[in-house]
Ligand binder design. Structure first.
Ligand SMILES: NC(=O)c1ccc[n+]([C@@H]2O[C@H](COP(=O)([O-])OP(=O)(O)OC[C@H]3O[C@@H](n4cnc5c(N)ncnc54)[C@H](O)[C@@H]3O)[C@@H](O)[C@H]2O)c1
Length: 353
């Protein structure tokens, strides 16, 4: 037996029963999760769902999946414990709330929602359901960022007073006519995507996780120059003020000229040390930069993310990114996007248990 097979048998014995999983939304991201669930010994992928019959057929055939739904009938299945939601950014709330009301545990991709009202609906539904929700803040599972978190938590960097995070991508390929959805009647990326919310949430959530407290106010700017096919401003930059006085700058821009994928630069400045992307400088160790392990190609480690969610359901523990945690990261970037070019700083609505 390979180590993986031995581990898999051990897991199955320990947890006795596999969790039944259903996946809603079968784009690039949903398919990556279909693969992840198929490979995980703690669960069994029972069914998939998409409003596009073509996608449903393709994925069913490619992965030999026996049960496929074109509607929310997937939620009526008693053998499904977990629903994993990978629909377009602006279409997370309905399947998430319906799944929670059907008594399912829910994984939902970032951004959990695109309005404060929708965040409130999801937080309320989780509180009523008694089941668990985890949001897909994938970069918290990236080894490079976990190391930065350890440097902050151990006090190595001292008191954190300033941070920067960028989501800088050339996403102009999203204008490809093949991205048009007959079912949605649009290319949602061009019509509904908001860079600070869909992209900026990645670095913002990391920064909020590093300092361990909420951002309370934001001032932001935007322009619409580099990717005019998008309806929204395609470049946004915001300054956040946190509860502990720390400041952070977050930028999200979708039309820069760069190789794919070029993104997620994070710097953290503390009274005893600085992390500047993949360099570290500590007070008392000479005026020099030391190399940190670089932000590698494993930028989107879905397997450990999936594994940690399944484990928290089986073991009755809290998810690493619970609904209130995700709501407070998402609320901050939604407020930043809505406050674009406002005269003064805007207060960020916060959620609690
Ligand atoms: N964590 C990450 O790093 C990461 C990376 C890529 C995408 N994402 C997120 O994953 C989500 C999906 O992104 P994508 O690029 O795969 O999008 P996509 O448009 O390619 O796929 C979305 C799919 O959802 C389907 N859909 C929409 N509404 C539905 C509904 N109500 N019921 C069933 N199916 C429905 C669409 O038909 C489509 O097949 C987005 O929220 C995106 O932000 C996250």
């Amino acid at each position: 037996l390979t180590p993986e097979e031995t581990r898999s048998i051990g897991e199955r014995k320990r947890h006795k029963r596999k969790l039944g999983v259903g996946v809603i939304g079968l784009g690039h991201n949903g398919i990556a999760f279909v693969q992840g669930y198929l490979n995980n010994p703690l669960c069994e992928l029972k069914a998939i769902c998409d409003i596009s019959k073509g996608r449903l057929k393709d994925v069913t055939e490619e992965y030999n999946i026996r049960s496929a739904y074109n509607d929310y009938g997937i939620l009526d299945r008693d053998d499904i414990d977990v629903i994993s939601v990978h629909t377009s950014d602006h279409l997370h709330t309905e399947p998430v709330v319906k799944a929670l009301e059907a008594g399912k545990h829910v994984f939902v991709e970032k951004p959990m929602a695109m309005t404060i009202d929708d965040l409130a609906k999801i937080v309320g539904a989780v509180k009523r359901s008694g089941t668990k929700l985890m949001a897909g803040h994938i970069l918290r599972f990236n080894q490079h960022f976990r190391m930065v978190k350890e440097l902050v938590d151990s006090g190595t960097l001292g008191r954190i007073f300033y941070m920067e995070g960028d989501y800088v991508h050339d996403l102009r390929y999203q204008a490809d006519p093949a991205r048009y959805s007959e079912e949605l009647g649009c290319n949602w990326y061009l019509e509904r995507e908001i860079p600070m919310v869909g992209g900026g949430i990645h670095p913002f959530d990391l920064l909020r996780w590093f300092v361990g407290c909420n951002a309370i106010e934001v001032k932001s700017y935007g322009n619409h120059v580099a990717f005019p096919a998008m309806k929204s401003d395609d470049c946004m930059a915001a300054i956040f003020k946190f509860e502990n006085g720390c400041l952070a700058k977050v930028a999200a821009t979708y039309g820069c000229v760069s190789p794919y994928a070029f993104c997620n630069h994070v710097s953290v400045y503390g009274t005893k040390g600085t992390v500047n992307r993949d360099k570290l400088c500590l007070e008392g160790f000479g005026e020099r930069w030391a190399d940190l392990p670089p932000l590698s190609g494993e930028g989107h480690p879905y397997d450990p993310e999936i594994d940690s969610f399944l484990r928290c359901i089986l073991e009755g523990t809290e998810p690493p990114v619970d609904v209130v945690d995700a709501a407070n990261s998402t609320s901050a970037v939604i407020t930043a996007a809505e406050a674009t070019n406002a005269d003064k700083g805007v207060k960020i609505p916060l959620f609690s248990w």
